[in-house]
Design a protein around this ligand. Sequence first.
Ligand code: GLY
Ligand code: MN
Ligand code: MN
Length: 437
Amino acid sequence: MSARTAPSHRNARTSGVSTDHHAGRRQALKDRFKADAGGRPWLALIFSGEERNLQVFTPDPTFYYLTGVESPNALLFLALTPRQDSEILLLPATDPAKERWTGKVLSSGGLTPDCLPDALRAEAGARTGVPSGSIGIFQQIEDVLVRPMREVDVVYMNFPEDTPPGQVGWVQHFADRLRASNPHLQFRHAARLAGDLRRVKEGGEIEKMRAAMAITDEAQRAVLGHLRPGMKEYEIQAIVEYTFMSLGAEHVAFPSIIGSGPYSCILHYDKNRRTTRRGDLVICDIGCRKDLYCADVTRTYPVSGKFTKRQRQVYDAVLAAQEAALGAAKPGVLVKDVHQAAADAISKAGFAPYFFHGTSHYLGIEAHDAGSYDLPLEPGTVITIEPGIYIAEEELGVRIEDDVLITRTGAERMTHAPRDAGEIEKLLGRPRKTLVV
Ligand code: GLY
Ligand code: MN
Ligand code: MN
């Protein structure tokens, strides 16, 4: 948390990197828009997103990456036209009545009677690096847009994606209306260009990810301390999520996947309702979000405390595939090369038909983070390495997933939950704990 965070703004953390970083990211993205627009005037609209009743609000990751602001109903406006090179941040109006329901968020503040920024607006400026004279109230959006919309050829937007039909909100309606009333303009997705920036992490981001990963490792250790036959999958989930929150994570990065027996073969199983049995394997694919950055770690445990011979054979094949992929991960190679190394190892072990998903994804502000998979890995990219073998007819699924930082010379495994089969058995052989608290 940045030293400038006002204690009263409980829900309004900045991302903890200096405002220089945010300003630098905005400049880097502007440079990319400029190059992409090929000399034509452009503007960009990056919305923070909308709050939904009784749902946890998570800001649009690109908006957050560029501003460090977590407020809903906010907009970062960037433009380069013959008349202006601008950066404007519109924040939700300060609304004490609403704050009684949902708490304080970083808001626009206003102006003093002599037209200077009041304390809240000055704070928003200091925290984002956007000059307070360029901070306004979200309702000014039409005013901000009216002139530049007549001057540009290209509009970049972070269009809301994956919105279920019943939940289409005003951002989507606004985007649709803007597009329909300006058919002569080119609308382009801001996410691709922003994603390629977000793909390579800075030091401060990597530190936050390490914090999320350390908590997630600890949650895997907590499972090892409690696991016993007869536990419900959701009891395991409770231990995981209790550990997350008690160690300072704010959320899960994705729904916890606790799949035992037949459900060890369902890749994104998140019902977590089955009762585990002696002889099962249980996949724990979990990750917390801390300071908005994600971890994603999978371990597979024998519920009885001991792998059967067959389970151990499959487990060791997956571990060898993960090691092969780790060995292949380095600057200059593509994610598909890392995958190939894992796939070759699994084929060599005779399990080719049972490995049917990709090995890696980017990790960052999102569990499946932004960035092109056609670009070679470079120092600062963080990926998962998560091969698996799923033999449904034997109710036997194994996945092992770690988070990996690409360094100048190779790759560093950033997550360290027990992974070796012998060590897992040893830890499961200790007297089981029955209570978390
Ligand atoms: N936890 C989801 C994934 O590993 O992609
Ligand atoms: Mn995972
Ligand atoms: Mn993953």
